[in-house]
Design a protein around this ligand. Sequence first.
Ligand SMILES: *[C@@H]1O[C@H](CO)[C@@H](O)[C@H](O)[C@H]1NC(C)=O
Ligand SMILES: *[C@@H]1O[C@H](CO)[C@@H](O)[C@H](O)[C@H]1NC(C)=O
Length: 541
Amino acid sequence: MAYDPSSQSNISEVKTSHIHLDLVVDFATKILKGSAALNIVAVADNVAKVVLDTSYINIISATANGSVLKHSLAERDEKFGSALTIELPKPLAKDEKTTIVIDYTTTKDCTAIQWLEPEQTAGKKHPYLFTQCQAIHARSLLPCQDSPSVKLTYSANITTPLRAVMSAVPVGEEKHANGTTTYKFEQKTTMPSYLIALAVGNLEGREIGPRSTVWTEPEVIEAAAWEFVDTENFVRTGEELLTPYDWGRYDLLVLPASLNEGFTVFVERKIVGRMQGREHAEFSAIIGHKALVESVELYGSDHPFTALRPCLRGEDPDDAFSSVPYVFEPYLRAHVQEFAGRSINTDDWKAFLYSFMEKTFGQEKVDLLNQVDWNAWISGVGMPPVDNKFDQTLAKACNCLCKKWDESRHEKAPSEFSPKDLEDFSPTQKLVFLERVSELEALPHTHLDLMDELYQLTTVRNSEIRFRWHMVCLKADYEKIYPEVVEFAQTMGRMKFCRPLFRALYHAKNGAQLARDSFLAKRSFYHPIAAAMIAKDLGLS
Ligand SMILES: *[C@@H]1O[C@H](CO)[C@@H](O)[C@H](O)[C@H]1NC(C)=O
Ligand SMILES: *[C@@H]1O[C@H](CO)[C@@H](O)[C@H](O)[C@H]1NC(C)=O
């Protein structure tokens, strides 16, 4: 894959094999300052320049072996940033290597980096910084070939007054007289640049398994260690399902009110199936199916982002992020073994699926594959061309209760409900019940009053349940809930919650101005990516 519509780098001419970052963190000016050294190798002949992706980065100089290289920064493309072109001292032949060192600073506009004020942390005393480079924000953390087709190792020396952690193994620390410490890291497994991650703050680590430490602020470390006590079990089940976990450590970072990582939903569901039984996995698939229906509704069923192979040409990948690409199917283990450490495209995957099926099961399965409407599955838009049949055991009780409420909608004072209705429900069943209710035509306010009185939904603090209750109420323009929605959306940075809440409030009766005002009052609280998307939803950009 020598072409990536979301990168401006000349990836068909050069590849980066390793990056060393040397950065000083300055919380006072909210800037990272230092250098990125890129080990590059020519993958074509006669390569005279290296073009890198950057976004809102201030380039100071580019050098190779100590001599200064000519560089120029192109005018900014709104979605893809400014291409940085560096002229090599002499053209490289294929397979020739060199190292380019770029001195630079980040700016306050860099979308990968979020700086939190002390008040935004659990401890309220120290500032905090974290990065989020997926999908194409690595270019605003460092100049790089910001394409998943380029896989590299990295190392870093991060000098800061507070502890730094990265998506890499810590290999040493060096204290300085001025009160800062240099934290050193190495990541020896190749990975795309968007997985480079850094967090700096008043962080404490707690061992939670033979290869896992959870990092977070001391104020919440007990809760975090408890929350992730099952981590080793989770990783081991993943290993049984896929291949041995070969990154060495499986550490976790718990951010102060953070963005959610949607990354491995499919595998997560498989792991749940192994750990808790098929009923539970099917139940969570039902929930996922709902999320898919919502994504398709959000984009519109003829929108190109609803295709399994989204057309990204000229589009910002953040806008394309949804449940849609996660509707994958089996052969995981063989798939991971075959493609570990490589980036592939849809055609590579299909070719491998065919050869795997033929080798493992023979022509019969190939005939079956031939019956698949690949065009509809891969390039078709809207919902996938199947009607899923999930195990409904756990969903039945949720559906029944929902139906009862639906059927009671014309009664003045329904008396068939009681707090007992939810007594035997697991939290996930409560969530599914509310999801089902949210699919109904809005219930009368008298019914929402009653539901809240009996089930005490407004007082629930579980974010998943609270979120769905709010969505049920917003659909009905139930204004009593608005202050709760504002409170929740203003303190919850996870995009999967705050974005739909703001959007629903904006569209609810008398909610538009409130949604805008309450978002703008807290705008700096959100990760820049989330803030930009919410602003778009609320017609503010
Ligand atoms: C980073 O730290 C290592 C280990 O102390 C040191 O050898 C290296 O020179 C440092 N790298 C840079 C670029 O300063
Ligand atoms: C503190 O000292 C280190 C090591 O000399 C240096 O790299 C860093 O820039 C200094 N930090 C500040 C904030 O002055």
